[in-house]
Design a protein around this ligand. Structure first.
Ligand code: PLP
Length: 438
């Protein structure tokens, strides 16, 4: 006997967001099969190999049989090394029992919502910002509260901007410096303002999740400062980072969080048990070497130098294109040009407005430009909408990653320059309906 019919999938999974960067991969493959190599300015991973000393450590660990389940919180010696390095870099004395190792920097973002956010609690996060801050909130029954980063204020925000969003339901606040996608870096004065607001306006049950995944990638002599280093903030802050960006090791899937208390770390250990059991010990041992070896700082410095050189080139080249303005980011490996003038010239606003609702609900004028660049000029980038949908209407930006070789970047800039005045080509592309959403 069959009982009444119910939907196959839960409403919960229906509201789970995504990271559009992964959608782009298959579109790039299609374009390459049709018309040749695409220049990848969409990448969220450094274009450098895993440094050899780290690769050797992983291989040695596999040979030594470190291929089994292990401590779900992270190997004790790895947690100790993380506590030492994270603490030394931030002037903090950290207990390794407050450290949890994860399968990359992503899991602790959603886990923080599992751990701290009840139905109806508000979660503040930067927008534009890393998409996984927003994508999970409704899945756990939370209420998303985007903290708008405005170009006029250098994609930064003030204590007052944050204060205006805090309510008695605020439970979790994401910060991300250096920022994906803007490259913005907060200096000590800005962090002090933010900390003051948090300490004055929120109770001790409110957590700050400080995503410091790009901590090692800062330019022009700027230094990374963690909000956890400010007086009173260590007890409020989850310090999150990982190996993906610092050691050019996105496939290693090792990230970590340092929690304000051992109890919070134990909750995250339990989440790890439920989801992953444990993180591959051979990769954790690679991280141990990465954190401790004298060969790591020069490898990081060479990568950062390349990113800074390319940032200089790309920012200058983009600003030279009529209709584009681009700020000079101080960190990460992205630039975030305002493309309003180009959209205007290409007639993108009118064309977008003429599209059916089912397209416009999942797209934007900048998305059309992103897809035009991909399909007609073979340059992959990301649109503003991919960095937080809520509040993205009326914001016209692309994210251009400089994690691509110098020559390719120079050629990509020439192609963007040509595309920026290809009014007929753009009209034809939109009319073709080839692909107008991600
Ligand atoms: C701000 C930020 N946090 C976390 C991550 C997650 O990195 P992973 O899961 O690859 O370690 C990323 C990756 O792009 C990021 O940009």
């Amino acid at each position: 006997m069959i009982f009444g019919s119910r939907p196959l999938l839960t409403g919960r999974v229906g509201v789970l967001g995504t990271e559009e960067a992964f959608a782009l991969g298959s579109l790039i493959t299609d374009v390459e099969a049709e018309s040749g190599r695409v220049i990848r300015c969409n990448l969220g991973q450094p274009d450098f190999p895993l440094p050899a000393h780290i690769a050797e450590a992983v291989i040695a660990a596999i040979r030594a049989g470190k291929t089994t389940y292990c401590d779900p919180q992270g190997l004790p010696e790895v947690r100790t090394a993380i506590a030492t390095k994270v603490g030394a870099d931030r002037g903090l004395d950290l207990d390794p029992e407050r450290v949890v190792v994860f399968a990359g920097g992503r899991p602790p973002i959603g886990f923080a919502q599992h751990a701290y956010v009840e139905e109806g609690d508000e979660v503040i996060y930067p927008s534009p910002g890393y998409p996984l801050f927003e994508s999970f909130i409704r899945y756990v029954g939370g209420v998303p509260v985007p903290l708008r980063l405005r170009e006029e204020s250098g994609f930064n925000f003030t204590g007052a901007d944050l204060a205006g969003l805090i309510t008695p339901r605020t439970k979790l606040i994401y910060l991300n410096f250096p920022s994906n996608p803007t490259g913005g870096v907060a200096g000590p004065a800005q962090l002090a303002e933010i900390a003051e607001v948090i300490l004055e306006r929120t109770g001790s049950e409110v957590r700050v999740y400080s995503d410091e995944a790009y901590e090692a990638i800062v330019f022009d002599g700027a230094a990374h400062t963690s909000i956890a280093s400010l007086p009173g903030m260590e007890a409020r802050t989850v310090i999150a980072s990982g190996a993906s960006k610092t050691y050019s090791w996105t496939g290693g899937r090792v990230g970590w969080g340092v929690y304000p208390s051992r109890d919070e770390a134990l909750v995250h250990r339990r989440l790890n048990i439920n989801y992953f059991a444990s993180i591959p010990p051979y990769n954790q041992l690679g991280v141990l070497t990465a954190l401790q070896s004298p060969d790591s700082p020069p490898a990081i410095a060479a990568m950062v130098e390349a990113f800074q050189r390319r940032r200089d080139m790309v920012v200058a080249a983009l600003n030279a294109i009529d209709g584009i303005t681009c700020q000079n980011p101080l960190g990460a490996f992205y630039v975030f040009p305002n493309v309003s003038g180009v959209l205007e010239r290409l007639g993108a606003f009118e064309l977008f407005a003429s599209l059916p609702e089912e397209v416009t609900a999942r797209s934007s004028p900048a998305t059309l430009l992103q897809l035009f660049l991909l399909y007609r000029y073979r340059v992959a980038s990301m649109d503003r909408r991919s960095f937080g949908v809520l509040g993205s209407d009326g914001e016209h930006y692309l994210r251009v990653s400089v994690a691509t070789g110098d020559e390719d970047l120079a050629e990509a800039m020439r192609r963007i320059g040509r595309a920026a005045s290809d009014v007929a080509g753009f009209g034809d592309f939109v009319a073709s309906r080839r692909r107008l959403t991600l």
